[in-house]
Design a protein around this ligand. Structure first.
Ligand SMILES: [Zn+2]
Length: 205
């Protein structure tokens, strides 16, 4: 169960989490979770480059270790990197100590102050432990590219129908999401650039 547009009622409950970037400019923040994935992340990077778009990649430590060259390409092309844990534990089902160890293990390769919890599931205790070390990043628009019941066109529409100034949009550079993601990414960049949007990376400071 997920909602494509995060209900605004939920947002004040988690003031330590970033749901969108406060701005009056027509800028949007595309993010990619779960990579780097050989064959998929390169394709996303190539599309972003064609549109001179910057984005943010929330990587898994196990994937950055296995794909070091691809991981370095992301930063070399001007994108921001974020920590998405070592191997994607569910914060609601993982002990505090095991969860924090998983985040720290990813920090060996991912030296970023941005963190996104897998599945967006994080407990208040985990928020308290991490918030002084990381900017905790959620989203306000899901492409829902990971859902194989969605067509690529549906994922594209999920993005363009919900983006507003400063939106943080979630895609996945994973094998499972790749067909939906690559279509929705390219078409969203085309549509939103015509609409005057620029595509920025989140600030890692
Ligand atoms: Zn994830």
């Amino acid at each position: 169960m997920y909602l494509v547009k995060t209900p605004s009622l939920l947002k004040p409950l988690a003031k330590d989490l970033l749901w969108h970037v406060p701005t009056t400019q027509r800028e949007v923040y595309f993010t990619f979770d779960d990579g780097p994935t050989p064959g998929v992340t390169e394709a996303a990077l190539d599309i972003l480059k064609r549109y001179k778009a910057q984005a943010t990649f929330f990587c898994l430590g196990k994937n950055t270790e296995a794909n070091a060259t691809l991981f370095s390409r992301i930063a070399l092309e001007g994108h921001a990197i974020g920590n998405h844990t070592y191997d994607h534990p569910d914060g609601w089902k993982t002990s505090q100590i095991a969860y924090l160890r998983n985040v720290l293990r990813a920090r060996k390769t991912i030296t970023s102050n941005l963190f996104r919890p897998p599945y967006g599931r994080i407990t208040p205790a985990q928020v308290n432990a991490l918030k002084n070390h990381f900017q905790l990043v959620m989203w306000d628009v899901l492409s829902a590219d990971f859902d194989s019941n969605n067509s690529p066109q549906q994922c594209f529409e999920n993005v363009i129908n919900n983006v507003t100034h400063g939106s943080i949009v979630v895609f996945h550079d994973s094998l499972k999401a790749s067909t939906n993601m690559l279509y929705a990414l390219e078409h969203s960049l085309e549509y939103l650039s015509r609409d005057g949007y620029i595509f920025r990376a989140l600030s890692d400071t």
